[in-house]
Every structure is written in C-alpha cells, then in structure tokens.
Ligand binder design. Structure first.
Ligand SMILES: Nc1ncnc2c1ncn2[C@@H]1O[C@H](COP(=O)(O)OP(=O)(O)OP(=O)(O)O)[C@@H](O)[C@H]1O
Ligand SMILES: [Mg+2]
Length: 378
C-alpha cells in the first residue's frame, strides 16, 4: 500500500512566502500523477515535502495510511529523480546505481542482481562500466532512474527529469517512463512544464498555480472542462480562445455577442447559462472547434487573417474578429487543415462548433457551471 495523502498541506517559508497552500490530494497506490503549472507555482516544494526533504508547515502527509509528517526521508522509502541527474562523475554507471544500496550495507550479490535487473529494464546493460561523461543526456537520465529503481521505493517522484533533453529524446523517454510505470506498477508523481507530457503520461493531472492545486482530473476531462480561464489557456498550444462578450437572451434562446461575433448558445447549454443572460462573460472555444468549411450545426464567423502558421500536419490561422468599431480587436486561433491557404489581410469565413463552448465569469475568471462534457463529445 503506497497511496500518498496530502491532507491540507501548506508550506510557509521563513521569508513569509507560501510555497504551497492547503493542498488536499490523494494519490492512489500505483497511480501516475502529473503536477503541471508555471514556474514558481509550488510543484517542487510539494514533491520535496512528500519526499521529506522539506518540512511541512501545516497539514498532514500520509503514505500508505501512516502519517509521515515527522518521519525522516530515508524511512519514507521514496525515490526522487531531479532534472539535473546528480550522478557521481568519477563512478561508473554500475557504481552510481549501486552506491545508495552499498551505503546501506546491502550485500554485494544482492546489489549486483538489482543493478542487472534495472539496467536491462532501462537498456543500460552495455553501458554499465562507462562513466557518466561518456553517456548521452538520455542515457544519464536513465542511470538516474536506474539508481532510483534499485532502491525499490514505494513511489517515484520525478522533478522535470526530461527537461534537459532535446525534443526527440524527450519523446522517447516519455514513452519509456510510461512503459516503466506499467511494468513496475509503482506510484509515480511526475512534475513537468510540458503540456504534451502532462496530457499523455499520467492517469491524472494536477494543475497548480500560486501554491494551490486548482484542478485535478483525468487529462482529457481537464482539457474539456477547465475550471477557469487560467487552466483553459495553460493546457494547450495554441490555447483556448477567450473573447470578452455579453450573453443576451432572445426569444429563441441565448446568444453570445462581441464585436464581430454572434454565437447562438447550443440547446444543450441553454438551461445552465440562462441565469447569466444580460451579463458580461468571457466566451471560450478551442482552436480545433473552428473549421474552414461550413457544415450542419456550425456557425459562421468572419476574421481578418493576421498570420497563417504552417506546421506541416496542420495550419494555424490567427485571425482578428472582424468587428467594426472594436477598440481592441480580439485575435483568435483556428486549427485548420494543412491544405488551407489565405493571404494575410484577407477577410475569411470560419465555421465554429459551439457545442464545446465555455463561458467564464470575467471577474472571478471561473467557468460558469454547465453540464460537463467529459471526454466523449459531441
Ligand atoms: N527555500 C525557499 N525559501 C523561500 N521561498 C522559496 C524557497 N524555495 C522555494 N520558494 C518559493 O516557493 C515558491 C514555489 O517554489 P517551487 O520551487 O516549488 O516552484 P516550482 O513550481 O517547482 O517552479 P519551477 O517550475 O520553476 O521549478 C516559489 O515562489 C519560490 O520562490
Ligand atoms: Mg521546480
């Protein structure tokens, strides 16, 4: 049993600044959880508190049901892998991996067996006698992981372990970590800045901001139903389009109005949004919900092309809403097919699917409640 429970955990630094505020989270035994958030939001502090490398100011931490708030790091049996691999340069891969066990007085034969096993799991067998300097970044990262694996910890805490790697290696290591998790079945908490890692690796993502955990859920659920404009913008590139607008009631339903934008609220959301009629709102729609061709159920909107970014697999159109008289024209992004073309400066029609739309409160930035879309849509 190695569930990790953070029970209203806070970290107040001596400087008077909060590193982490009132985090309440239970990580299941064997779960793969991602911490995602901007720099300084408290990801590493949370990890360090779980590992025992940082004291907890208030709240309780339980591992496997036992309070470990005042238990020394080495007795928690949790392995941390940092971004900087922190390998000993003068030791071989084998010695690096076995060092911790040797210090604990584990028998030589046992250590050798564990190293062999971990090296084979990580594809490091051919490199066991090399020094770290003679390894690539990805190989060094695997050694750091191997060193954690031989300890046979109850959980792995990975603090941006892939951020020093180039894009291709990162993608490979991402997959390796997921496979490793499947094979070992251990609890993993993985800290990242990377949206792709966040979306693809974990069972759940925990989005942090300013020391707080503001949304926790399955990746696609958080993607489909962000709790506020911060999560809406943070989770994807290009981020969700947000347009300051007004919600108006009409005889036949509700419309979202902004300069250059007039969107009928789909029937499925009418009841939920009706109480906000007459109010200022922020209209949110993901770039992939804007299309280049008309189709039943889609609503037309005109934009002036600001840029067209050809990414190979798709074209991202950045367009200004063509609202006459807007003081600050709003730009929106649309993910279109790779065959789409339009000259910069042209006014072109786009066709939006309002079914996955969101409305946010401009004051609190919170999403206005409506039935969750969840993963399956439309
Ligand atoms: N020893 C410390 N003393 C005072 N404040 C600290 C200390 N360590 C961290 N902080 C502050 O706590 C907050 C959270 O820091 P933390 O390192 O957990 O952020 P992070 O989410 O890991 O950021 P990054 O993505 O940059 O690694 C930051 O505002 C940071 O400045
Ligand atoms: Mg950090």
């Amino acid at each position: 049993m190695s569930s990790i429970e953070l029970d209203h955990v806070s970290k107040l630094y001596a400087s008077g600044a909060y590193g982490v505020r009132d985090v309440d989270l239970t990580i299941g035994d064997g779960e793969f959880v991602i911490f995602l958030g901007p720099s300084g939001c408290g990801k590493s502090t949370t990890l360090r508190m779980i590992a025992g490398l940082e004291s907890i100011t208030s709240g309780d931490l339980r591992i496997g049901g036992r309070s470990v708030t005042h238990v020394a790091p080495r007795e928690r049996n949790i392995a941390v892998v940092f971004q900087s691999y922190a390998l000993y340069p003068h030791m071989s891969v084998r010695e690096n991996m076995g060092f911790g066990l040797k210090m604990r007085g584990v028998a030589r034969g046992v250590i050798d067996g564990k190293i062999r096993e971990a090296a084979s799991l990580l594809g490091l067998t051919p490199y066991l006698d090399r020094r770290p300097a003679a390894l690539s970044g990805g190989q060094r990262q695997r050694v750091a992981l191997g060193r954690a694996i031989v300890r046979d910890p109850v959980a792995f805490l990975l603090d941006e372990p892939l951020s020093n790697l180039d894009a291709q290696l990162r993608a490979e290591m991402r997959l390796e970590l997921v496979k490793l998790h499947r094979r070992l079945g251990r609890t993993i908490v993985h800290v990242t800045h990377d949206q792709v890692e966040a979306m693809t690796m974990g069972d759940r993502i925990c989005i942090m901001r300013e020391g707080r955990m503001i949304q926790v859920g399955k990746p696609l659920e958080v993607y489909a139903d962000p709790v506020d404009t911060f999560v809406a913008r943070f989770l994807a590139t290009p981020p969700m389009n947000l347009v300051p607008a007004r919600l108006e009631g009409r005889d036949d339903g509700l419309v979202v109005r902004a300069p250059g934008l007039d969107v009928a609220v789909p029937e499925r959301h009418r009841d939920a949004y009706a109480p906000a009629a007459g109010r200022e709102v922020i209209f949110g729609l993901r770039p992939e919900d804007l299309h280049e061709a008309p189709a039943p159920g889609l609503q037309k909107v005109e934009v002036t092309v600001v840029a067209l970014e050809a990414l190979g697999v798709e074209n991202i159109l950045i367009g200004q809403l063509a609202g006459a008289g807007a003081i600050r024209p709003v730009e929106i992004a649309a993910r279109l097919s790779r065959h789409y073309t339009a000259p910069v400066g042209a006014t072109v029609p786009l066709y939006l699917d309002a079914r996955p739309m969101h409305l946010f409160d401009p004051e609190t930035t919170r999403a206005l409640p409506r039935p969750r879309l969840g993963v399956l849509q439309p």
